[in-house]
Design a protein around this ligand. Structure first.
Ligand code: SF4
Length: 510
């Protein structure tokens, strides 16, 4: 059997960094970790190839070669998903589809022969046997959550690593919290499942053997979801890294309560972590309570952030606007908090109702659902429900926030504060090869000569230069990320608002 794995294209998103990744010398931000892992679950005798549409086009020759096409996608990729399905149908190819988009919307998607719903590990053997025997079923649904200790190492040989800015690994799945808007706890459960030491070593070693020596994003749902196992996990990374020449710089995503564990923060720095994305969501206690974000509620978020920063980890903060409890004061309050807590990289989204979440069920019961979840959640098209605040005021206020926080003067002030703090020690082991030198000179040309904000850029570089070359490297990275976020934020602020979709009671996928 010849299997073609296809990863559909992303539109421009906050975390896609499409405007800055080419300046850094790559084609896409992250590899398709899910499909690479699924590839490793296929029978050894099957041939496999992978096309990531974010780094290269899908040619007819790819489709002509394949017996079956596997597509994995999130809802934000749906436009490209539909194009890929149409291309496969035109060639008469059998399609297998899995991932969050198909979990939520499989009943609405036409043209797919077989859906894998939920985590793939426990159903892949049956699906592959049925495909081979010509009796595959329309739906393979995982019952419960699989044992991640049996998850294979991703097949890195299917991609060109240098096409990507960062690699990705996953050491745990699931999150114990209960945020009302979150579909992770639906898709991956509330009991974190963690890979053991030997498996962590094997995954790091596979990337090392493949020749990778740069950033790795640890794409766990909540890295600190299981406190005890998280410590064991970080110890395993320290052990592996200390035995080599510290080849990787790590980043991950976690809940804010990791700030309560200073010993773990120290250990993470030793393991090579430099940054952590944290869902802060809101400065409004009423909004945090409404969405069950209890872990942010019973603390001073500013103090927790300061603790994490002081240990040498840079925090990227995620914020959401549009909770029922949000009043018109929320816009200024969010902007002030982002400035005062000096989070250089803050992403602000409008609340969306994702199918199967508690929020979705509540809004459905209240008769407030509008249209479909866009998956984008970065502009008014993501607002798929009737908000409590006047919709026009909410969208205008949201656009004001995203437009403001990436204005050059405002962003570069936060970037300077980031560099003034403790520089993440892990960055000292970042390699400086041809790719990095290319990125350095390209950035100087684009952001230091051509960009409207060059005055602020040079002030930042000058400030960083007084702290040394590692700080200059961090200044370059932050400037690149800020450039992407500024361009995207301006696009969001300038987009005309489409008329809201009509009220719906439910979608076919339910
Ligand atoms: S902490 Fe993050 S992953 Fe966990 S439930 Fe909340 S939003 Fe989801």
């Amino acid at each position: 059997m010849k299997v073609l794995l296809v990863y559909p294209r992303y539109p421009v998103t906050y975390m896609g960094f499409q405007y800055s990744v080419p300046l850094a010398g790559a084609k896409a931000s992250l590899p398709p970790l899910g499909l690479l892992t699924v590839a490793a679950m296929l029978p050894r005798a099957w041939e496999r190839r992978l096309v990531d549409l974010n780094v290269k086009p899908l040619d007819d020759s790819h489709l002509d070669w394949a017996d079956v096409v596997f597509i994995g996608a999130m809802t934000v990729q749906q436009e490209s998903v539909n194009e890929v399905i149409a291309r496969c149908r035109a060639k008469g190819k059998r399609i297998v589809a899995g991932g969050p988009h198909f979990y939520h919307y499989h009943a609405d998607v036409r043209g797919v022969d077989h859906f894998v719903l939920g985590e793939a590990e426990d159903v892949m053997a049956e699906l592959c046997a049925d495909l081979e025997a010509g009796r595959a079923k329309p739906i393979y649904r995982a019952s419960g959550f699989p044992d991640v200790t049996k998850t294979p190492v991703p097949e890195w040989n299917l991609i060109r690593l240098d096409d990507y800015d960062s690699m990705a690994l996953q050491f745990s799945r699931g999150c114990p919290f209960d945020c009302e808007f979150c579909d992770i706890i639906v898709l991956n459960g509330r009991k974190p499942r963690v890979k053991p030491r030997a498996q962590v070593h094997a995954e790091l070693q596979a990337l090392h053997d493949a020749g990778w020596r740069r950033n790795i994003f640890v794409a766990d749902d909540n890295f600190y979801g299981n406190k005890k196992r998280c410590r064991e996990l970080v110890e395993a990374i320290v052990e592996w890294r200390d035995a080599r020449k510290r080849p990787f710089v790590l980043a991950t995503q976690s809940s804010l309560n990791m700030a309560d564990d200073p010993a773990l923060l120290d250990l993470m720095v030793r393991a090579g972590f430099a940054a952590v994305f944290i869902g802060l969501e809101s400065v409004s206690p009423a909004s945090l309570a409404e969405c069950h974000k209890v872990q942010n509620l019973k603390r001073s978020m500013s103090r927790s952030l300061a603790t994490i920063h002081a240990h040498g980890l840079t925090v990227w903060g995620g914020f959401v606007i549009g909770f029922d409890s949000d009043t018109e004061t929320i816009f200024d309050a969010q902007m002030e908090f982002i400035e005062e807590s000096e989070i250089a990289l803050a992403t602000v989204s409008l609340l969306s109702a994702i199918p199967h979440t508690q929020l979705y069920d509540r809004l459905k019961a209240e008769g407030r659902l509008l249209g479909r979840f866009s998956g984008g959640i970065v502009d008014a098209s993501g607002l798929n429900f009737v908000p409590r605040m006047d919709r026009g005021k909410l969208v205008a206020g949201y656009k004001r926030v995203v437009g403001h926080i990436y204005e050059p003067e405002v962003f570069y002030r936060r970037a300077r504060a980031t560099i003034a703090r403790r520089i993440p020690p892990a960055l000292s082991s970042f390699p400086c090869g041809r790719r990095e030198l290319g990125a350095f000179f390209r950035t100087l040309w684009y952001l230091g000569v051509r960009d409207e904000a060059r005055r602020y850029f040079w002030k930042l570089i000058g400030f960083a230069a007084r702290k040394g070359p590692i700080a200059v490297g961090l200044a370059i990275t932050l400037s690149l990320m800020g450039y992407h976020l500024r361009r995207l934020s301006r696009e969001i602020a300038a987009r005309p608002e489409a008329a809201p979709a009509p009220l719906v009671q439910a979608h076919a996928a339910e």
